[in-house]
Write a protein that binds this ligand. Structure first.
Ligand code: 16G
Ligand code: ZN
Length: 549
């Protein structure tokens, strides 16, 4: 019939590369861009099927995040704006690795039957397409469009060049029936930012406003460009963007959040002239960010203010607002609102101690946004961050409704109580911070407004706690999947004896902590070690790397 013909015809234009096996992994499919047209075409098919199955708009993003400019990748945003349901990942793997159009057709027919997807041409499907600034993006968007439209009744809407979180935000907004253009995104972020600024107590804001310039490394990618657009809507905050990609710099080449966080050195276009200034860095698709300080005797080194410290700042602020709510007599049932934080084993031990000292519940999940996000969604307010700077703050629907009801009562001209102001602030945070996925632009604005609220410099923030020295290594092994882990990757359950050997090494060091895990994005086993001195962390990491080898 028409459907089979369409699929066979279109898929014969995209032959898969020989001898390459791709896996959806933690971040979608990623490879050298020249290998990807058939993969992206097939993910277009998958996205259309997903849209039919869910009766909702689906997103398809073309990006390879912090990887080099010649790479690219593709990933799916589910109806709520989150990551593709893990339940569909095996289908994604099978689909892109099918050797021929006939195999492909067979797989699709089987899967459609199994999932009970109605392909009558009457049901409509829509997929929003986005891409970052990579030169290969244009052709890959076209491949995605052809994939989507090989399913009868499916349309592809090209949203142009976007950050990854912008596309996720748009998918979520569309499915909630909210306006979902880029302008709407900028409007929502800037207006909730202004709302938070207006709620800063006068006596607190003095210091923040004297010190209100932030200098941002855009990684020569999409994030810097979008941040400039957003910055034009904010007149109180000065955002200076460097490495916006407009001056010939190369995407992710000694710039960007991944580089800054891993190497702990200044990115291009930053140096001793920036000593003491508040600096931040975005990754290539702007779903991660970190802050940093250039010390006065820098020699290229930086003081990193990482995802753990961003999490700590957010947690401190939100906990304070929750306590204002609780102290307010008019509010009865809100003490039931649960605040939880979620980290991975990579979180610096000093941050976990700090959060626990605040009395917060700290949860751990394996690496990968989908795991952290899922856990954080269990709370009324769930804050998650990876040390690498990916994270956000999730609000439950019921808590938002409660806040909305609470803030409606108070907007009638009378003097607003502290509890009422706290409710207004929390509601504004829920609009500012991306509810779909970690978003460097909205996260950066939340950091900025909290620092203003606290009246803090970046130095004061950085002093919340002192990171324990740590070391990360990667080990090339014959088969990284021989290593299996449990307890949020903190325990190696195989090969046998490995964990016992790691324990024996770790026990030799004061405040020692160490774990190994197979990377989800590279063919290596990663080693992380922490101890009370840098030398000790280094030796511990090195000796455990030998155990893995
Ligand atoms: C992916 C993950 C990121 C994680 C990283 C770890 C998403 C969207 N991204 O980039 O959260 O930190 O993988 O890489 O989930 P690794 O497995 O190679 O250490
Ligand atoms: Zn990214």
């Amino acid at each position: 019939d028409e459907q089979q013909y369409l699929l066979l015809n279109a898929s014969s234009r995209f032959s898969p590369p020989q001898g390459v096996k791709l896996s959806y992994g933690t971040a979608g499919f990623r490879a050298d861009a020249s290998l990807l047209p058939s993969t992206v075409y097939r993910v277009g098919i998958l996205a259309a099927l997903r849209s039919l199955k869910t009766g909702s708009v689906i997103g398809l993003m073309i990006t390879a995040s912090h990887n080099k400019v010649s790479d690219n990748g593709v990933k799916i945003a589910d109806p709520n704006g989150g990551m593709l349901s893990q339940h569909w990942e095996p289908f994604a793997d099978a689909l892109v690795n099918a050797p021929s159009p006939q195999h492909l057709l067979l797989l699709i027919n089987e899967f459609v039957a199994k999932e009970g997807i109605l392909m009558d041409g009457v049901c409509q499907a829509e997929v929003l397409l986005g891409r970052d600034t990579r030169p290969s993006g244009d052709a890959l968007v076209d491949a995605a469009r052809q994939g989507v439209t090989s399913i009868v009744g499916a349309v592809a809407t090209d949203m142009g060049i976007l950050t990854t979180p912008q596309l996720h935000w748009m998918v979520r907004a569309r499915n909630k029936g909210i306006q979902a253009s880029e302008q709407d995104y900028f409007e929502q972020l800037s207006s909730s930012f202004r709302c938070l600024e207006d709620l800063i107590p006068a006596e607190k804001s003095k210091f923040g406003r004297m010190n209100d310039k932030v200098v941002v490394d855009g990684s020569n990618g999409v994030g810097g460009l979008k941040l400039k657009d957003l910055g034009r809507l904010l007149n109180s905050l000065v955002i200076e963007v460097r490495n916006s990609g407009e001056d010939g710099g190369v995407l992710n080449d000694e710039v960007g959040a991944d580089y800054v966080q891993k190497e702990k050195v200044v990115p291009h276009c930053f140096g001793s002239k920036d000593a003491g200034i508040r600096c931040a860095s975005l990754d290539g698709d702007a779903d991660r960010f970190v802050y940093f300080i250039v010390p006065s005797e820098s020699n290229g080194r930086i003081d990193l203010v990482d995802g753990d410290k961003i999490l700590s700042l957010f947690a401190l602020f939100i906990r304070e607002q929750m306590s204002f709510l609780n102290e307010n007599e008019g509010i009865k049932d809100c003490h039931q609102a649960r605040l939880g934080v979620v980290q991975t084993a990579y979180a610096n031990g000093a941050s976990t101690n700090y959060l626990r000292q605040l009395g917060l519940e700290v949860n751990f999940t394996p690496t990968g946004v989908k795991y952290l996000h899922e856990k954080a969604a269990e709370f009324d307010i769930g804050i998650y961050f990876e040390a690498n700077g990916h994270g956000t703050v999730l609000f439950s629907e019921s808590f938002i409704r409660w806040l909305e009801a609470r803030t409606k009562e108070i907007s009638s001209g009378s003097k607003v109580s502290e509890g009422g102001k706290a409710a207004l602030r929390l509601l504004a945070v829920s609009k500012l911070i991306n509810q779909a996925v970690g978003d460097a632009l909205s996260g950066l604005l939340l950091v900025e407004v909290i620092l203003q609220y606290m009246g803090w410099s970046i130095h004061r923030w950085n002093e919340l706690y002192h990171d324990l020295p740590s070391r990360q290594l990667k080990v090339k092994v014959a088969d990284r999947n021989a290593v299996h882990t449990a307890n949020a990757e903190t325990v190696a359950v195989s090969p046998p004896g490995l964990q016992e050997a790691i324990n024996a090494e770790t026990g030799k060091y004061h405040q020692g902590r160490c774990f190994v895990r197979p990377s989800g994005t590279e063919d290596v086993v990663r080693v992380y070690a922490e101890a009370s001195t840098q030398e000790a962390a280094d030796t511990l990491a090195n000796s455990v790397a030998k155990l893995v080898d």
